[in-house]
Design a protein around this ligand. Structure first.
Ligand SMILES: Cc1cc2nc3c(=O)[nH]c(=O)nc-3n(C[C@H](O)[C@H](O)[C@H](O)COP(=O)(O)O)c2cc1C
Length: 292
């Protein structure tokens, strides 16, 4: 019902309404479940994916809805303006095209905003050079004592494929998770994760053309992405065996989908589902995905 209603409202309007809701000073949820995603302890298997709280402004409010963990970002090393609007457009059923263009106030601002949030937090870093990514990893090691893990976004459609051939060598004192996309060369990313002992996040959005978006193209998320995500997840798990943690993200909105993904993944993330059903979805999915 809520998702049907949401489909009738322009996506730019719901994005702004969400901004107001998530700015409320709500108290964090008390953890019901203890979960492990590889080396990282979380409050459950279903977290909020990178992109909902890019600037660290909503982290505290989101923690009131009992996600297993929250991924803040993606950040860039220095402030960056995003693309010209419209930035999002809906697609039926329950899908979205977005081209935010990796806007960020810069990692130092984001880290200072979330420094007092006591909740399982990941920070997603994006970068246009290996130096920009490594600089942010070092910064989080030094100043992000409450950040439990780092997601390295190597697959934003904004890059236009630039990391496909030359992924940077990565190492960190914090657990690292490499985020891959549907057009990335999966094997190269699997090898990168295996060599470094890093986790994987599967998947980012699928690059598509869309004349409704300001820059004429964007990344597809939501239900349309789910089958591609599951195929990638199956390939990755078959290739890696049980050794490395994998987080599944792409169109998960129901208990059935979350459970299917959890057969192969160690955790699930959700974004577009939250935009259609509201943040309470994550609480519901957390409860059912934790059961066998
Ligand atoms: C509006 C929007 C912004 C996003 N921004 C980011 C981002 O900054 N970094 C990132 O790694 N992924 C970003 N994503 C991708 C999501 O984290 C996720 O991988 C993708 O949307 C698939 O999951 P979903 O179908 O549950 O949304 C964004 C997605 C959306 C819809």
């Amino acid at each position: 019902m809520l998702a049907r209603l949401t489909e009738l409202i322009p996506s730019e309007v719901t994005r702004r309404l969400g901004r107001a809701l998530f700015s409320l000073p709500l108290p964090p949820c008390r953890p019901g479940v203890r979960w492990r995603v590889g080396p990282v302890e979380t409050n459950g298997p279903v977290g909020i994916a990178a992109g909902l709280d890019k600037d660290g402004l909503y982290t505290r409010a989101l923690s009131a809805f009992c996600p297993g963990f929250i991924v803040v970002g993606s950040t860039t090393a220095r402030p960056r303006r995003g693309n010209r609007p419209p930035l999002t457009a809906r697609l039926r059923p329950r899908s979205l095209v977005n081209a935010m263009g990796l806007p960020s106030p810069g990692l130092p601002v984001v880290l200072s905003r979330i420094s007092k949030v006591e909740y399982p937090l990941f920070v997603s870093v994006a970068g246009f050079t290996a130096g920009e990514i490594l600089e942010q990893i070092r910064y989080i090691e030094r100043y992000g004592s409450n950040v439990r893990a780092i997601e390295v976004n190597l697959s934003s459609p904004t890059y236009k494929g630039m990391w496909d051939k030359a992924a940077p060598l990565l190492e960190s004192k914090k657990p690292l998770f490499i985020k891959t996309g549907p057009t990335s060369e999966l094997r190269a990313y699997l090898e990168l994760a295996r060599r470094g002992g890093h986790g994987l996040v599967i998947t980012n959005t699928l690059p598509v053309a869309d004349p409704r978006i300001g820059v004429g193209r964007g990344g597809l998320s939501g239900l349309w992405l789910y089958p591609a995500m599951m195929r990638m997840l199956e390939k990755a798990r078959a290739h890696l065996g049980g050794d490395l943690p994998i987080i599944a993200v792409g169109g998960v909105m129901s208990c059935r989908q979350a459970k299917a993904a959890m057969k192969l993944a160690n955790a699930v993330e959700v974004l577009t589902g939250v935009l259609y059903y509201g943040p309470d979805l994550v609480k519901r999915l957390n409860a059912c995905a934790a059961q066998p």
